[in-house]
Design a protein around this ligand. Structure first.
Ligand SMILES: Cc1cc2nc3c(=O)[nH]c(=O)nc-3n(C[C@H](O)[C@H](O)[C@H](O)COP(=O)(O)OP(=O)(O)OC[C@H]3O[C@@H](n4cnc5c(N)ncnc54)[C@H](O)[C@@H]3O)c2cc1C
Length: 518
C-alpha cells in the first residue's frame, strides 16, 4: 500500500489500540507482536525503518559468547532460543554461520573448547551444529588468511548471520500483511496526556510538514537510543535510562577473508570481542565499544576506533588492511540500559528493561536484534494490560515473516527478497533497462530501485542505497557514483522534479563521504 494511502488511516480521529514510537528492531518487533494478536496497531518512525542502530549491527543472530564468558546463562539461553525461532521464521534472511576461534596459546583450546560445548548444550535442539576443536591444518583450510605465525589450531562453532536492515523491511511488511500500519518519516513531537494518563501523541509528517494528533489506548516508546527524549515529552524530569555506547565496523574486500567462515577473537588485549565476518561478498571487521555523550542518528567513528580495528585486523589476518582498503566504515549506538554505578559500557546490561510510567507510557529499552521478538512479546503483554485490551496469547514464535522461503543460496544477492523475488523478476521483465547494474562494483540492478519505491516504502536516495540495498556499506564510493541514477529512477516513480533529484544526490553524497576514510 502507498504511503499516501497509509496517511489516510490517520484521518477521522481513529482510536488505535497501540501506537509504537520507533521503527527499529524493537519497535517493529513490538508492532508485529501487537498486530499478530489482533490489536489495531500503528508504528511511527521519524526517519526510515532501521535508520538508527538497527542497520548498523555486526549482523549476527547470536546467543552471545561474550555473555557466556560473563556467566549470564539466562541471557544466552533466551538468545539461543530466539536464534532458533528466527532461523525458522525468516530463513530467507537468517542463515547458519560457522565461526572459528583461532588458538595461539596452549590453554585456549581446552578453555574455549569447553565454553563452546556449554554453548551447544544451551542451544539444545535449536543448535545449528556442534562445536569442535580444529587442527592447525584444518584451521588454515577454513580460514586461509588467518595469521599462521604461532597458530596452534582453532575451535569452530555455529551462530547465525543476517541482513539487519532487510529484516527490518521484512518486519514492516509483515506488520502491513497483518493489517497494521507502519509509517516512516512521521516524527513523534509530543505525547498527549489527559487526566494524568497518556492518551495519544502528536506527530509531524517530515515530507509535507503536516501535523497530526493521534489517539491511542496505549503508547509504547521503542525509540532505542532516543527513549529518554520520548519519556521526557511526558515528564521533563525523567531520569536517564540509557547510557549510549558506540560501536564501529570496517568493511573490507571479500579477499581479506575468503571462504564461508568467520573469525571470532574472544579477548583482544583490551578485553573486547573482535569479529571478522564474510557478508554479502565483503569482510566486516568489528567492533568497538566507546562511551559517547549523546545519541545521534548518524554517529561518526573516532580515529582511535579505526586505529584499533585496523591494528587488530592486521594481527589476525595475513593481509594487513590499510585505510585505502576500507570500502566503508559505519558506526552505531548501543542503547544500553543503565544499571547504576560505573561507566564501563562493556559491562552494562545487554538485556532489556520494560518500564511502565505512572502516566501509562510503556518504554522498552536495551536488548539486541536477536531478542527483538521476545522483547516485543513482553512489551505487548504489559501494554495490553495498561490499555485494558483483551488478553491474547502470543503467536510470533511460529509466525513466518514476509518473504518467508526455505532453501536458496545465502550468497545470492536476491536471497533477501525471499518469496518476493518472483514478483521482482516479473517487474524486471517489464523494462530491459531495469536489469542493468546500478554500478559495476555493486550486486544490484536499476529495477531494484523501482521495486523499493513501489513495494518497500523507500522515500529517499539514502533509503535505497543504505537500507533497501546495502550499497553504502558494501562500497560507499560506488554508492556515491550510483546516486544520480537512483535519484532519477525514484523521481520517475514518485513524480519529483530535477531540483528534488539534485538535493537528494547532494545530501546523499555528503552522508556517504562520512563512510569513507580517504
Ligand atoms: C555496533 C553494534 C553492533 C551490534 N551487533 C549486534 C548483533 O550482531 N546482533 C544483535 O543481536 N544485536 C546487535 N546489536 C544490538 C542491536 O543492533 C540493537 O539492540 C537494536 O538494533 C536496537 O534496536 P532499537 O529498535 O531499540 O533501536 P533503533 O534501531 O535505534 O531504533 C529506534 C528508532 O526510533 C526512532 N525514533 C527516535 N525518536 C523518535 C520519535 N520522536 N518519533 C519517531 N521515531 C523516533 C529512531 O529514528 C530509530 O529508528 C549491535 C549494536 C551495535 C551498536
Amino acid at each position: 500500500m502507498k504511503r499516501s494511502e497509509l496517511l489516510q488511516r490517520l484521518e477521522g480521529d481513529p482510536l488505535w489500540d497501540m501506537i509504537v514510537v520507533g521503527g527499529g528492531a524493537t519497535g517493529l518487533g513490538t508492532a508485529v507482536e501487537a498486530a499478530s494478536r489482533g490489536y489495531r496497531t500503528l508504528l511511527l518512525e521519524q526517519s526510515d525503518f532501521a535508520k538508527g542502530t538497527s542497520s548498523r549491527s555486526t549482523k549476527l543472530i547470536h546467543g552471545g559468547v561474550r555473555y557466556l564468558q560473563q556467566g549470564n546463562l539466562s541471557l544466552v539461553l533466551e538468545a539461543l532460543r530466539e536464534r532458533g525461532l528466527l532461523i525458522r521464521n525468516a530463513p530467507h534472511l537468517v542463515h547458519n554461520l560457522s565461526l572459528v576461534v583461532p588458538l595461539y596459546d596452549w590453554w585456549e583450546g581446552p578453555f574455549y573448547g569447553v565454553g563452546l560445548k556449554l554453548y551447544d548444550v544451551l542451544a539444545g535442539k535449536l543448535g545449528l551444529g556442534p562445536s569442535r576443536l580444529l587442527s592447525r591444518e584444518e584451521t588454515l583450510r577454513r580460514i586461509p588468511t588467518v595469521e599462521p605465525d604461532g597458530l596452534r589450531g582453532g575451535v569452530i562453532y555455529h551462530d547465525a548471520q543476517f541482513d539487519d536492515a532487510r529484516l527490518a523491511v521484512s518486519l514492516a511488511l509483515t506488520l502491513s500483511d497483518l493489517g497494521g500500519t507502519a509509517l516512516n518519516y512521521l516524527q513523534v513531537t509530543g505525547i498527549i496526556v489527559e487526566g494524568g494518563l497518556v492518551a495519544g501523541l502528536e506527530a509531524q509528517d517530515r515530507e509535507s510538514g503536516r501535523e497530526f494528533r493521534i489517539k491511542a489506548k496505549v503508547v509504547v516508546n521503542a525509540a532505542g537510543p532516543f527513549i529518554d527524549g520520548v519519556r521526557r515529552m511526558v515528564d521533563p524530569a525523567a531520569r536517564a535510562l540509557i547510557t549510549p555506547s558506540q560501536g564501529v565496523h570496517l568493511v573490507l574486500d571479500g579477499s581479506f577473508l575468503p571462504g564461508d567462515s568467520a573469525i571470532m577473537v574472544p579477548h583482544t588485549d583490551d578485553g573486547r570481542v573482535l569479529f571478522a565476518i564474510p557478508w554479502h561478498g565483503r569482510t566486516i571487521v568489528g567492533t568497538t565499544d566507546t562511551p559517547v555523550a549523546a545519541a545521534s542518528l548518524e554517529p561518526r567513528p573516532q580515529p582511535e576506533e579505526i586505529d584499533f580495528l585496523l591494528t587488530h585486523a592486521s594481527r589476525y589476518l595475513t593481509r594487513h588492511p590499510a585505510p585505502a582498503d576500507v570500502l566503508s566504515v559505519f558506526a552505531g549506538i548501543r542503547p544500553l540500559v543503565r544499571t547504576g554505578g560505573g561507566d564501563d559500557t562493556a559491562s552494562l546490561s545487554r538485556d532489556h528493561a520494560l518500564l511502565v510510567d505512572s502516566s501509562g507510557l510503556v518504554t522498552i529499552a536495551g536488548g539486541k536484534w536477536t531478542t527483538y521478538r521476545r522483547m516485543g512479546e513482553d512489551t505487548v503483554s504489559a501494554a495490553a494490560q495498561v490499555a485494558g485490551l483483551d488478553e491474547r496469547p502470543s503467536v510470533t514464535g511460529s509466525l513466518h515473516l514476509h518473504g518467508w522461503q526455505e532453501g536458496g543460496d545465502p550468497g545470492d544477492p536476491r536471497q533477501v527478497y525471499g518469496s518476493d523475488a518472483v514478483a521482482l523478476e516479473r517487474l524486471l521483465a517489464e523494462n530491459p533497462a531495469w536489469r542493468e547494474p546500478l554500478h559495476p562494483a555493486l550486486p544490484y540492478c536499476r529495477g531494484e530501485v523501482v521495486w523499493a519505491v513501489r513495494n518497500e516504502w523507500a522515500r529517499t536516495v539514502e533509503d535505497v542505497l543504505a537500507r533497501r540495498t546495502r550499497a553504502l556499506l558494501l562500497d560507499a564510493r560506488a554508492s556515491i557514483a550510483a546516486a544520480p541514477a537512483v535519484a532519477g529512477l525514484m523521481a520517475g516513480e514518485l513524480g519529483y522534479d530535477r531540483v528534488w533529484q539534485e538535493t537528494q544526490v547532494a545530501g546523499y553524497c555528503e552522508l556517504a563521504r562520512g563512510y569513507l576514510l580517504e
